[in-house]
Design a protein around this ligand. Structure first.
Ligand SMILES: [Zn+2]
Length: 320
């Protein structure tokens, strides 16, 4: 877990006996929500007697958890984040790839059904049972409805940890069943200290580009050359991941242009040339439109066409 989230864990440690049965851990991408959720799961499953020492890292519960096979813990993620173990085994045995296809981006209803089965049998270790759903907004509608049912009639001793950076995309009925645990962007100094500990060059620049989210900054720094090229000379891209990166680069540079034109500081340090004051509004409108288009980048019919469309919609820099 990341040091800036320690106070959040501390606040839960003291309420460990009285925690709600469902927590919605939400906040910007790259602030360490998932690692925090994992730590909370371990805290809940730790069997140490002294609450102040939880999670102790030494008891049987902690050892099971660290080994990735605690019998009272389940993690729900899209296949794309966690390929099912049988897929890897099938690969090794040279099974025909036809029935597998692309790993899913969604959390599916089968996964939630398995979770419900797991929750309906008793606890193996006599304590709580914990389900971590990440990212919760990737549940498709059937999966979300099935999870809602479990949240409405929670089995005794079950705790749900939902992690989301787009809580607005969750069913309102799911949100209302959870106690919200907001995870804020850490103070800039703390973020920079951590990034320098990771040996990251240009930390200030990428932290600004990431809107202050340290893990995001780290990720961007690894793609620095690609992002720089997208900022300087945006061009159509072929693949889905690059499309998301491009839409982001277009949006951030548009916002920086608009901010500068309207007399504010460039927030994302994209280094794009400024535009005349009269063009500020057009760039702001473009940035807002990109905000609406960006979710479509995850499921484009054709990344190349879609990226060309995003670039073509760019306002020009000088004329009004
Ligand atoms: Zn422990």
């Amino acid at each position: 877990m990341h040091p800036w989230n320690e106070p959040l864990l501390e606040s839960l440690r003291h309420r460990a006996g009285r925690l709600p049965h469902a927590l919605l851990i939400h906040g910007a991408q790259g602030v360490g929500k998932r690692a925090l959720a994992e730590r909370i799961a371990q805290l809940l499953l730790c069997e140490a007697r002294d609450a102040a020492r939880k999670p102790c890292g030494a008891c049987e519960g902690c050892r099971w958890y660290a080994g990735g096979n605690h019998p009272d813990f389940r993690r729900l993620e899209p296949e794309v984040l966690a390929p099912p173990p049988d897929a890897a085994a099938a690969e090794e045995e040279g099974e025909a790839p036809a029935r597998r296809g692309k790993p899913s981006l969604e959390i599916k209803i089968d996964q939630v059904r398995e979770l419900a089965d797991f929750l309906n049998i008793g606890s193996h270790r006599g304590g709580l049972r914990v389900a971590l759903v990440h990212p919760a907004e990737e549940m498709n509608i059937n999966a979300a409805n099935a999870l809602l049912k479990a949240l409405e009639e929670p089995p005794a001793g079950a705790v749900f940890l939902l992690v989301s950076h787009r809580p607005a995309r969750l069913l309102p009925t799911i949100r209302s069943r959870c106690v919200a645990l907001p995870v804020a962007v850490p103070p800039r100094e703390a973020a920079l200290r951590w990034l320098s500990g990771q040996g990251m060059p240009d930390a200030e620049r990428w932290l600004a580009y990431a809107g202050g989210a340290p893990l995001r900054a780290l990720d961007y720094a690894g793609k620095a050359a690609l992002i720089e090229r997208m900022l300087r000379a945006p061009a159509a891209v072929e693949d889905r991941d690059e499309l998301e990166l491009l839409a982001e680069a277009l949006q951030k540079s548009a916002l920086d242009r608009a901010f500068a034109a309207l007399g504010a500081a460039a927030k994302y340090r994209t280094g794009v040339p400024s535009v005349p004051r009269a063009r500020g509004v057009a760039w702001l409108a473009y940035a807002r439109q990109l905000g609406k288009d960006r979710p479509l980048c995850r499921h484009p019919l054709n990344p190349k066409l879609f990226s060309a469309y995003l670039i073509a919609a760019m306002p020009d820099e000088v004329t009004s």
